[in-house]
Design a protein around this ligand. Structure first.
Ligand SMILES: Cc1cc2nc3c(=O)[nH]c(=O)nc-3n(C[C@H](O)[C@H](O)[C@H](O)COP(=O)(O)O)c2cc1C
Length: 351
C-alpha cells in the first residue's frame, strides 16, 4: 500500500494517506483566538499536498483547560469565525482539517488557569514544555468539575462543526487530562472515575460520548499514546490486553479515528509498531492513523505495511518543511527539524 493512494472511510475522503500531526505553536491572542496568520499557516500544509491537517491542540474551557500561554482555543463562540477562515483556506487547497481538542490538566503552565485540575492530587514530574518551570501541584477534579469539563469539550466540538472542520480529534495522549485519567500511574482515585481499567476509562469515554452527541455524524478521532511528557517509559499494567481493551472501548463509544502516537512507529521497543498493530487488531473498523519518527515516503509506506494503519501522520518534518510531501515527491532537499523551530513566526519562509 502506497501512502500516496487515496483513502475513503465513511465521511472521510482523503487524497492521500499522509496527515500533518498536531503541533502547538503558541501564537494565539490573549482571548484565545488563533493568530491572524493561522489561515495562511495551515493552508501551506494543504498547498504542500498533505491529505489531512490536524490543528494544534485547542483548549476547551477557560476555567482550567489551557495548557500553554498564547494557546488558541475553541472556548467562545467568537472563536468560530477565525477558525472558519482556517478551514476555508485549507479546503481551498484540497485537504481536510480536524480540530484537536485538549484539556491541559496537570501539565498546564503554572498559574495559567483559575483551576489547576487533574485526576488525582499532586504535581507531574519535571518541568513544563513551554517555559521549563517545575510542574505545579494540581488538585483532583470533583465530579461537578468533571461535568463542566465534559461540557466544555462538547461545546468546543459544536463550535468546530460551526467553523467548518471536517472532524475533531480528542487529545487523549501524553499525560494531559484524558490520559491522566486513563493511566494507572497517575489516576489514584477511589471513586467512580478511578481504580480498575473500566473506571480509569470512564471519564475519557464520557467526554468522547459527549463530543459524539454534540457533533452528530461528524468524524471524531482520539489521539492516544503510552509515553507521557513526564513519563517516557509508562507501560499499562495490563500490557497488550489493556491496550486492546482501551481501543475496543474507544471504538465502541463512537471514535471513527484512532491516532496512535509513539516515539518511533517503526521500532518494536518499547511500544512503537506493536502498539499500532495491537490497536489495529482490536478495532478493525476504525480509521487508524500511526505516528512517530517517520522521515521519508518510504518510511510511510513501510509503516502502513507493517502496522496495518490506514494512514500516517508526521509532525516535525512538516514543521521544518510545510511542503514536505511536495519536496519528497520531487526529490528536493529537506530542511532538518531543530528544537525550538515551533517558536519561529508562523509564516517564516522555509529555508
Ligand atoms: C513543536 C511540537 C508541538 C506539538 N504539539 C502537539 C499538540 O499540540 N498536540 C499533540 O497531540 N501532539 C503534539 N506534538 C506531538 C506530535 O504531534 C507528534 O506526535 C510527535 O512530534 C511525533 O511525531 P514526529 O516524529 O513526526 O514529529 C507536538 C510536537 C512538536 C514537535
Amino acid at each position: 500500500m502506497s501512502a500516496l493512494q487515496p483513502l475513503r472511510h465513511g465521511r472521510i475522503a482523503l487524497r492521500n494517506r499522509i496527515a500533518v500531526a498536531a503541533m502547538s505553536r503558541m501564537q494565539g491572542g490573549e482571548d484565545g483566538a488563533p493568530s491572524p496568520d493561522a489561515a495562511a499557516y495551515y493552508a501551506r500544509y494543504a498547498q504542500g499536498g498533505a491529505g489531512l491537517v490536524l490543528t494544534e491542540a485547542l483548549f476547551t474551557d477557560e476555567a482550567g483547560a489551557r495548557a500553554y500561554h498564547r494557546q488558541p482555543g475553541l472556548s467562545r463562540d467568537e472563536h468560530v469565525a477565525p477558525w472558519r477562515a482556517v478551514t476555508q483556506a485549507v479546503h481551498g487547497h484540497g485537504a481536510l482539517v480536524f480540530a484537536q481538542l485538549q484539556h491541559g490538566g496537570r501539565l498546564a503552565e503554572p498559574g495559567l488557569n483559575r483551576l489547576h485540575l487533574a485526576a488525582s492530587d499532586g504535581a507531574a514530574a519535571g518541568t513544563t514544555w513551554q517555559t521549563g518551570r517545575p510542574n505545579a501541584p494540581a488538585r483532583a477534579a470533583t465530579t461537578a468539575e468533571l461535568d463542566e469539563i465534559a461540557e466544555g469539550f462538547a461545546q468546543a466540538a459544536r463550535r468546530a462543526c460551526e467553523a467548518g472542520f471536517d472532524g475533531v480529534e480528542l487529545h487523549g495522549a501524553r499525560g494531559y487530562l484524558l490520559d491522566d485519567f486513563l493511566s494507572a500511574s497517575t489516576n489514584r482515585r477511589q471513586d467512580d472515575w478511578g481504580g480498575d481499567l473500566a473506571r480509569r476509562l470512564a471519564f475519557p469515554l464520557r467526554v468522547l460520548r459527549a463530543v459524539r452527541a454534540a457533533v452528530g455524524s461528524l468524524p471524531v478521532g482520539y489521539n492516544l499514546s503510552l509515553y507521557k511528557m513526564d513519563d517516557a517509559a509508562y507501560q499499562p499494567p495490563g500490557g497488550a490486553d489493556e491496550v486492546a481493551a482501551i481501543a475496543r472501548a474507544l471504538a465502541g463509544a463512537g471514535a471513527d479515528v484512532l491516532h496512535v502516537t509513539t516515539r518511533r512507529l517503526l521500532r518494536d521497543e518499547p511500544w512503537g509498531e506493536p502498539l499500532a498493530a495491537t490497536v489495529r487488531r482490536a478495532a478493525p473498523g476504525v480509521l487508524l492513523l500511526g505516528n512517530g519518527g517517520l522521515k521519508s515516503l518510504a518510511d510511510c509506506d513501510e509503516a502502513l505495511a507493517r502496522t496495518g494503519c490506514d494512514a500516517v501522520s508526521l509532525a516535525r518534518p512538516f514543521l521544518a518543511n510545510p511542503d514536505w510531501l511536495a519536496r519528497c515527491r520531487q526529490g528536493e532537499p529537506l530542511r532538518a527539524y531543530a528544537p525550538g523551530m515551533e517558536r519561529e513566526p508562523l509564516l517564516a519562509p522555509p529555508a
